[in-house]
Ligand binder design. Sequence first.
Ligand SMILES: Cc1ncc(COP(=O)(O)O)c(C=O)c1O
Length: 373
Amino acid sequence: MFDAPYRLNPQVADEVLSPGLLIFRDLVQKNIETMIAIARGADRLRPHVKTHKMAEIVRLSESKGIHKHKCATLAEAEMVAAAGGVDVLVSYPIVGPNLKRFAHLIRGYRKTTFRATVDAIEAARMLSEAMTGLDRPVPVLVDLEVGMGRTGIAPGEAAAELYAEIGRLPNLVADGLHAYDGHIREMDVEERRKNTVSTRQPVLSLLETLRNRGFEVPRLVLGGTPTFPIHAALDLPGVECSPGTVVLHDDGYATKFPDLPFTPAALLLTRVVSKPRPGRLCLDLGHKAVAADPAGPRARILGLDDAKPIIHSEEHLVVETAHADELPIGTPLLAIPTHVCPTIALHRFAGVIEDGAIVGRWEVTARDRVVGL
Ligand SMILES: Cc1ncc(COP(=O)(O)O)c(C=O)c1O
């Protein structure tokens, strides 16, 4: 049932509850191997775990030699540490009581190095104060604003000052630069390359300035999926590429960036639950099962290329298709989410598929805000 690479034994399609998240393990493995090949070494990678939020995928990555991880939430950081990861960068501003929780994790997971980013002197001071009493300094990267306008400080003299200030503050050690260029979205590979290279130039200038002034800058953490192959081609000590989506990939990126050699590996099993009008199917794929972003189709339904989305509510996805007559109520279908990262966070467990059969169940550990310690 269903064509390769998404073959499923008929009993799986009959027995899996819908809507259900399925992970095709061999595709995840292949995506990880491709990511390592593009990076030219697992040590040049710091993949973002926010896409999968799963301890099992951290372990799989570790088994392939990836020992550096990036995350957005403290729960993801804890999930990585609890799964045995020894190096995790929280690339999200930590403020308020979250600072105390961060210190708690550092105390609790002694084998893991937790790194942080800051983009303002006041943030660095708050972090420094909150880390009082730890037995090891916290490595801190300066987060640079390179065009997205979300977080960061412009790569320039103020950023160099911030880097120097981190080195002066107690309990912190300056650890490098972080630049996420999530606004770069050109479909044309050459245009994307040009934009990435020119966007990155001020970051490389800042790096050179700091090194010329005698600062240690151990790492330069760069980019996400669309710019990954471009940063991976950069020959510079300390470069760490941080794509996230590639490990599970999705239909949004597969459509927008056909040059990227990754295969969607997380699919949703859904069923026809109603046929309210001729030409219409209602599927159990509401926005509590598949992410409601971005605008446009929320998933590509395999075998229904003409499906036009009509209604998307909490538990229903209504589509119109010329194939509606061929699909009786109860028919199982597979759908590739347009945006896999928020889709995964809607599910507590994923069924793991190998050779068409369910071989296990992985927990989406960090979908919660607190993991446990
Ligand atoms: C700071 C940061 N780094 C890396 C990534 C990974 O990007 P992508 O999802 O394109 O792989 C993200 C994604 O949101 C991000 O916010």
